[in-house]
Design a protein around this ligand. Structure first.
Ligand code: F6P
Length: 552
């Protein structure tokens, strides 16, 4: 694979970055009239303003050249055409097909998979309809009204994020819980609030081998059987979402209770598949379909728009600029929307599991920084926690601010205050505050010269902290779908530019394998085995310490 850092656009960007490092972002507004207009665009109901990044028109044009040098337009086409772009697992990445209602063909291994997607959607729709109408009855004959999704990673974060985001669309009288952690407390705390006769457990696992999910699923079934359910009732109370039909059957879930999907749906891209069943149950099918359609609108834009007018590509290129040319080590996701409180966690997996890699898709070492650290919290909470570092710390943190213009629940002037904070933060991060401004303010407060000298350095804000602003009218299912698809495609575009396969995740395997090895040293029947001499000294000592603490 050719090294993108040797390309002419990359070298040009390095030169441009050196020049821009000494310029103020605000001055670019003067030097480039109409910048706010030129550095913004609309797509699929979303508005993106990226003008508050320290990037010039010339640098932007060069970023577009970089995208072309990396072969982005052809890569987009290959993804939608079902090419096996996940080469290490020999799989396509066709999650976009799951939200296409146009009747278009999607070919995998020479076969059109669109009919099987339709059939899978119909099965989910029918099940969701029965749940909504109260037709799913538990072992006592009472209607099932509570869902527990047992899954982790992509089989948890997407549905959980979406169910929380779509709170105003919840069906009345329905409850939905998510259990992911192998820490038994997560399941125990959830079960404590449940009536087994009215509860449906969804075991969500693409592979149906994930330690956490299988442990939680077995414990949930034990709890169900110990609390009034009989073995024959398991069929009414447990369904599976998986690609591994055999493992599901071995668990004891009948084929009619399995909602399948395909190996070309990556875990962190799977909320559009059967993995989204909990969303369809808690919010109703029409809401789930609107979510899919919103994502599809972004897909259509992404597939058809030229790179200069392509929102996911632009978001990706601005991210590449900040990461590789402007020194940003991290990317904060800052939704000014309480219902999006799990969005940062969802995007953490999406981005870091996709692009947290050091070798190219063909195995060569990558010569530049790749995926940034992703973190975030909803505004305004984050303002009172970590924004200090974003404003005045020694690292550059790129920020995405996200907000709806209209609130879900109008309540006095809450939303205006929320939006005022959103705007104020993006302005403050760009403008900063100079030492002379800080001194003038202190003087206006009546401080004497000694106090001004002492306090002024603490009141200086360097500014030029890069931010994007993403706006939409209201957090509808369609807007949420478009927002998630925007980030999915952004991550894909960055992977293409860095030369990464964004659809595998080998980096999670080593820890999993070692945990399997350590487990018997902690919990062997008849007492733990001694710690293996194979471990490093620290791990061996920690195992011994844990066993000693557990023995008392
Ligand atoms: O450990 C990482 C991972 O493989 C993720 O990529 C995936 O989303 C998660 O585990 C859960 O996997 P599964 O759906 O197969 O249980």
């Amino acid at each position: 694979m050719t090294d993108i850092t040797n390309s002419a656009p990359w070298r040009r960007l390095e030169t441009l970055a050196r020049g821009l490092a000494t310029r103020r972002t605000i001055d670019l507004f003067g030097a480039e009239p109409g910048r706010a207009m030129a550095f913004s665009l609309e797509a699929a109901g979303l508005y993106l303003d990226y003008s508050k990044n320290r990037v010039s028109l010339e640098a932007l044009a060069t970023l577009f050249d970089l995208a072309r040098a990396a072969g982005l337009p052809a890569a987009i086409e290959r993804m939608f055409a079902g090419a096996k772009i996940n080469a290490t697992e020999n799989r396509a990445a066709l999650h976009a097909a799951l939200r296409d209602f146009s009747g278009r063909q999607y070919i995998v291994d020479g076969e059109n998979v669109a009919p099987s997607i339709d059939a899978a959607r119909e099965k989910m729709k029918s099940f969701a309809g029965r749940y909504e109408r109260g037709e799913l009855k538990g072992f006592s004959g009472a209607p099932i009204d509570t869902v527990v999704n047992i899954g982790i990673g992509g089989s948890d974060l997407g549905p959980l994020m979406a169910v929380e985001a779509l709170r105003p669309y919840w069906l009345r009288g329905r409850r939905c819980f998510f259990v992911s952690n192998v820490d038994g407390q997560h399941l125990a705390d959830t079960l404590a609030t449940l009536d087994p006769a009215r509860t449906l457990f969804i075991v969500a696992s693409k592979t149906f081998t994930t330690q956490e999910t299988m442990t939680n699923a077995h414990s949930a079934r034990d709890w169900f059987l110990a609390n009034g359910g009989a073995v024959k009732d398991v069929a009414r109370h447990f369904v599976a979402l998986s690609t591994n039909a055999k493992a599901v059957a071995d668990f004891g879930i009948a084929p009619e209770n399995v909602f399948g999907f395909w190996d070309w749906v990556g875990g962190r891209y799977s909320m559009w598949s059967a993995i989204g069943l909990s969303i369809a149950l808690q919010c109703g099918w029409s809401t789930f379909e609107a979510l899919l359609r919103g994502a599809n609108e972004m897909d259509q834009h992404f597939r058809s728009a030229p790179v200069e007018k392509n929102m996911p590509a632009i978001l990706a290129l601005i991210g590449v600029w900040n990461r590789n040319f402007a020194g940003a080590a991290a990317q904060a996701i800052l939704p000014y929307d309480q219902h999006l409180h799990r969005l940062p966690a969802f995007l953490q997996q999406l981005d870091m599991e996709s692009n947290g890699k050091s070798v190219t898709a063909t195995g060569e070492k990558i010569a530049c920084a790749t995926g940034p650290v992703i973190f975030g919290e909803p505004g305004t909470n984050g303002q009172h926690a970590f924004y200090q570092l974003i404003h005045q710390g020694t690292d550059i943190i790129a920020c995405d601010f996200i907000a709806a213009a209209k609130p879900a629940s109008p309540l006095s002037d809450h939303h205006e205050k929320l939006l005022a904070n959103f705007l104020a933060q993006t302005e403050a991060l760009m403008l900063g505050k100079s030492e002379s401004q800080a001194r003038a303010e202190l003087a206006a407060e009546g401080k004497g010269p000694a106090d001004i000298d002492r306090l002024a350095p603490h009141k200086v804000f360097p500014g030029d902290r890069p931010t994007n602003s993403i706006l939409f009218e209201r957090l509808t299912p369609g807007a949420l779908g478009a927002l998630i698809a925007l980030y999915e495609h952004k991550v894909f575009c960055q992977g293409v530019i860095w030369g990464i396969n964004s659809f595998d995740q080998w980096g999670v395997e080593l820890g999993k394998a070692l945990a399997m090895k350590i487990l018997p040293e902690l919990s062997a029947p008849g007492g733990a085995r001694p710690a293996s001499a194979d471990h490093d000294g620290s791990t061996r000592r920690l195992i011994e310490k844990i066993n000693a603490l557990r023995a008392t």
